[in-house]
Structure formats: C-alpha cells, structure tokens
Ligand binder design. Structure first.
Ligand code: GAP
Length: 444
C-alpha cells in the first residue's frame, strides 16, 4: 500500500484534502489523473446501467433533504456504529474493529485495556438549513444516495412511464462521519456512490437479486479487475438487515485484505413502505393486468466510486525488471489499467523536440485525437523516459512521430507512426489516418 499511496501522490491521482493545513482526516482530493480515472469509471457505470438498457432511468438528487427522510428511513435512529473511548490515550475507536488479547479488547493506539463500554455513535453529519441553528432547522448530509430515489419514486414512475421491473440509477456524493477512516480512500468520510434501485414484483425479487449479482460481477471484470481478485460473500440471514431477504457483498482482494466493494441487497418493500407511512403520500404501483395496487419490492446494487478506483489502482500496479538493448536493467513501474479506464488513452511524442516537422506532425495528431479521447503530448527527455512516465500513469498506447513519418527515409513509411503498447512494450507501425479507429476500438 505504501508504494501505491506514494505513486498516487507523485503522479497526481490522489492527494490529502487541505494538505497545506495538515489535511482533514477521511477526506481526499483527486488530482488530474485521478479525476480522469474517476470520470471513466462513473461514465462506464452509467453507460452499462442506464444508457445500454431500456429498463433503467437516471436521476440526480440533492445532498440535503428534508430531515423526515432520515427519520422515516431509520437513519436518524439506527445508522450507528458502536464506539468506545480509550481512557488512557483518549482515542475514539470502533468497538467492532478492535483486536483482542487474552480475551480482552485492546486499544490499537496505546495498547491499553482500559476502554469504555460501547455506545451507539450516529454516522450522519448534522447541519442546519437557514439562519437559525435550532432543532427545527436540523438536517443531515446524506449518508447514501438511495433515499433520494425512494422519495422521488412516484414522480419518476409518472414521467418515465416505465412498467415493472424497472430501475432508477444515481451517482453522487455521500457523507459518513466514520469513527475510524482508514486504508487510504477505502473508508472515507466523504465519498461517492453509484446506486441502482431496481423495482420489481415481490415474486421476482430473489431471482433479480441473483441476476444483479452476476451483472455487477461482469461490470467489475469489464473494467479490468481480475476474476480471481473478486469474491462474493453471501451475508448469513441472521446478519442481514431485518427487512432484507438476501444480501451479497462483492469483495476485492486489496493489499490490506479482502474487503467490500459493493453490496447487492434485496430490500423488499421496506423503503417505499416506510416513506409512504411517514409522508402519507401513496408510493404504490398500479398493475394494469391484475388491476391491483401494491408497493414494489426493490433490489439494490450499491457500489462505491472511491473504493472501486482504489481497487483499479491496486489491481493495475505492477513493477517489472526490464533490460534495454545495452544490457542495462531497471525497474519499470506500470499501472496496467484496462484501456477503457485509463486516465490518458494515448501519449503522443515527436522523436525530437527541436525538429519543427516532427513537432508539427505530432501536434496535428494530438488535435485529431483529442476530440475523441484524453491524449497527452510530451516532447521532453529521451523517448524511453517518456514511455516510462506514461507507463506509471497507466497510458495504454504511445504514438511516436519519427523521421519515417515525415518521409525523410523515403516514401514507404511516410504518414505512419509507431504505436507502442504499454503492457507488452511491443511496437507496430500504423498509418496516421487509421489511428483514431485503431485507438477508439480498443478504449470503448
Ligand atoms: N444504500 C445502501 C448503502 O449505502 P453501504 O454498504 O452502506 O450500502 C454501499 O454502502 C457502498 O458505498 C459500499 O459497498 C462502499 O463501496 C461505499 N462506501 C460505504 N461507506 C464508505 C466509506 N466510508 N468510504 C468509502 N466508500 C464507502
């Protein structure tokens, strides 16, 4: 993890939030490469979940909502983690994450056994809406995006004219005042979720739970997470939420252990029923065939953007020893991202920066490609160094404009370039006019 954290900072994937003031625990900023990676991940989720399907529509809800949403959903009373205080060093700790020594829970900071009894700590960030800071103005930063979907169910049903089964998808920020943020971005206080609420008839719930589990595993494989690093954990019935008729965790083998990436839960009709009861507004569905009204059930695949990004970086990270033509060996650090996730798709390099024809041709290629993908122009340093810099950024393709390109060695290779593949380091010659199609096909 240390190497990954250091690469993330050095190359501008992830920085500590407010770093120059000493940071803010549990909050992170994404730099230029991290932002592109995040965008690619969210765009691909949206494409798979919404655009490529007839039965899912999108929404984008507000982060602040009426407090009653959180009362009805149960978050105000029960969205808690058990917390203990260490009487010796005053650390606040999550009781369920403590290790035991000789049957006694121990403080991981100072080693003391002098801990308070666990008490429930609500994870929601409280705030006030408007100028008066009294109880009537209290609300919370949303701890999940899902509730906005439930409370807009009726509006979206009406405007989309969908029939069951259908889903509503959303990507957005969520906030949890985690007692112990840890493992880099894995457990943060501010993060993003990609959530789908897939509404269905009660009799189809269990079958759709299995369907969505498989769909979500396919998604993770398609963004480049190796199958062997993905694990499915079926939550035993006694550990499921009381309203759930089945929950799976999709887990990933991080360097710090196998941990949850996403929950796929069959939540029955719990959420819509709660909001119907609390708001007094009907949230049922009218089935035209049977002429019956009922509250739909829901299957929820709920994924974390930041955790998936961390998984992509961990899965992609590699170091290998390479030996050049002169017999000199060095370690090459490479992020083997799937091309569809890679922040930069293609590096473009003129062989020499002080040759006007090479530079002009390379610039023309950049202008041609950048309408369709993220490209990076680099003219400084030896070509080998430029390749290495892009290897570390995870760029799958490098295009080099050389003297053959500009026809200095005869007409045979004029208007062709070298395409270098990041993973194999193999090179091939391609006509410039074929370059956009060649690359587009591989990054889709
Ligand atoms: N609506 C259901 C829900 O929110 P969850 O299991 O609490 O379920 C879903 O959260 C996903 O959100 C998790 O699988 C994880 O990827 C992400 N997530 C939750 N808490 C997080 C945190 N503190 N930091 C980063 N990601 C988090």
């Amino acid at each position: 993890m240390e190497k990954i954290v250091s690469l993330c900072k050095r190359r501008g994937f992830i920085f500590q939030s407010s770093e120059i003031y000493g940071g803010l625990n549990g909050c992170w900023d994404y730099g230029p490469l991290g932002t592109e990676l995040k965008r690619n991940l969210k765009d691909f989720w949206w494409r798979r979940t919404v655009r490529e399907r007839d039965d899912v529509v999108g929404m984008d809800g507000s982060i602040l909502m009426n407090r009653q949403v959180w009362v009805a959903s149960g978050h105000e009373n029960t969205f808690t983690d058990p917390m203990v205080d260490c009487r010796n060093c005053k650390s606040r700790l999550r009781a369920d994450q403590l290790t035991e020594k000789n049957g006694r829970k121990q403080c991981p900071v100072c080693g003391s056994f002098d801990l308070t009894e666990p008490r429930a700590f609500n994870l929601m960030f409280k705030t006030y809406v408007g100028a008066t800071e009294d109880e009537s103005a209290v609300t919370y930063l949303r701890p999940e995006t899902a509730q906005a979907i439930f409370v807009q169910f009726r509006n979206i049903l009406e405007v989309s004219r969908k029939k069951l089964p259908f889903g509503i998808a959303q990507i957005g920020k969520a906030f949890r005042n985690e007692i112990n943020p840890r493992n880099f971005t894995f457990r943060s206080r501010e993060f993003e979720q990609m959530e789908l609420e897939y509404f269905c008839r009660p009799e189809n719930g269990l079958e759709l739970l299995e369907y969505w589990l498989q769909e979500r595993l396919r998604f993770y494989r398609d963004i480049g997470l190796p199958s062997e690093s993905l694990h499915v954990h079926k939550i035993p019935p006694e550990e499921c939420a009381h309203y759930s008729k089945g929950t799976y965790d999709i887990e990933f083998a991080f360097p710090f252990g196998i941990q949850e990436l996403e929950g796929v839960a069959y939540r029955t009709d719990y959420d819509l029923t709660q909001h119907q009861l609390a708001s007094g507004k009907p949230l049922d569905y009218f089935d035209e065939e049977s002429k019956q009204h009922f509250i739909p059930h829901v299957v929820e695949p709920s994924a974390g953007v930041d955790r998936t990004m961390l998984a992509l970086i961990c899965a992609g990270y590699d170091e290998e020893v390479v030996t050049d033509e002169k017999g000199k060996s060095e370690t090459r650090t490479v992020l083997r991202f799937h091309p569809r996730m890679a922040p930069i798709k293609c590096g473009v390099f003129p062989l020499l920066k002080n040759n006007e024809s090479l530079v002009r041709r390379a610039r023309e290629i950049v202008d041609q490609l950048r309408r369709e993908m993220m490209v990076f122009y680099d003219e400084t340093g030896a070509i080998g160094r430029r390749y290495r810099r892009q290897d570390e950024a995870g760029t799958p393709f490098g295009v080099t404009v050389d003297f053959d390109t500009i026809g200095e060695n005869g007409p045979a290779l004029r208007d062709t370039v070298t395409v270098r593949h990041r993973d194999s380091m193999e090179q091939e010659r391609i006509a410039i006019k074929e370059l956009p199609a060649f690359l587009s096909e591989r990054i889709r």
